[in-house]
Design a protein around this ligand. Sequence first.
Ligand code: NAD
Length: 253
Amino acid sequence: MLLRGKTAVISGAASPRGIGLATARRFAAEGARVAILDIDGAAAEAASKSLDSFSGGPHLGLACDVVDRESCMKAIDAVVVAFGQIDILINNAGITQPVKLLDITPVDWDRIQDVNLKGVLFLSQAVIPHMRQRKSGSIACMSSVSAQRGGGIFGGPHYSAAKAGVLGLAKAMAREFGSDGIRVNCVTPGLIGTDITAGKLTDEMRVKILEGIPLGRLGETDDVAGIYTFLASDLSAYVTGAVIDVNGGMLIH
Ligand code: NAD
C-alpha cells in the first residue's frame, strides 16, 4: 500500500461523483487516513463514513469554506487533533462557470477567483506550519487544462485565469518550502465526467471536445485520483514544482 501510515486532507471531496471523493477512496484503499473538507459539512461527514468500506481510517468529514481563512484554520486544527499529523494536502475544491469574457460580472470574477485560487492559499497557509514542523509533506493543487490552453473547454476566461494562478502559486510554494521537506505539485486535467458542469455540458459540446482527444474518451475521476496518489506517495519523492497533465492527449506540449 502506497500511503500506509499517512494522513491526508482533501478539500472539495464530498461530491458523490467528484474527483475529490474518488481520490479519498483511492487514498483509503492505499492505507491512508483521510479528512474530507467541504463547504457542505453534512455531505463531508457522509462521504467520510462511505470510506470505511475501503481501508485506512478512521476517517473524518468536516465543514470548511476554503474562501474563509478562519474556517480553514479551524478545520485544520481539528484534523491535527484527530490525526496527530498531516502528511498530504490535496487542494481540490473548485467551481466553474461557462460564460464569455464580456459577460463576466465583478461578482462572478470574485467568486471564481476566491474558491479556485484564494482557497488554495488559505488552506495551504493553514497546513504548511504543521508540515514544516515535521520537515515533511506533499501538497497537490488542482489546476486545469483550461489554464494551459486559455479555456475553450467548459469554464470561462475567469476560470482559466484562476487555474493559471494556481500554477504560479504552487510553483512559488514549491520553491519556498522545498528546504522544509515539503513538495508542491499540480494536476491539469482535461474534461472529467463529474457534476461540476451542472447539466450545462451539451451533447454537441461533448462531441466537439472528443474530436480533440487522441485517447478518444473523456476523463474519469479515477484517472485524476491515480495521479494525485502518485504525487501524494513517496513514488514522487524527488518531484516538486511539477505540473502533470491528465487529459488524454487533448493538449500535447
Ligand atoms: P465537483 O463539483 O464534483 O466537486 C467540487 C467540490 O468542491 C464539491 O464537493 C463542492 O461542494 C466543493 N466546494 C465548492 N466550493 C467550496 C468551498 N468554498 N469550500 C470548500 N469546498 C467547496 O467537481 P469536480 O469536477 O470533482 O472538481 C474538482 C476540482 O477539479 C475543481 O477544482 C475543478 O475546478 C477541477 N477540475 C475539474 C475538471 C472536470 O472536468 N471535472 C477538469 C479540470 C479541473
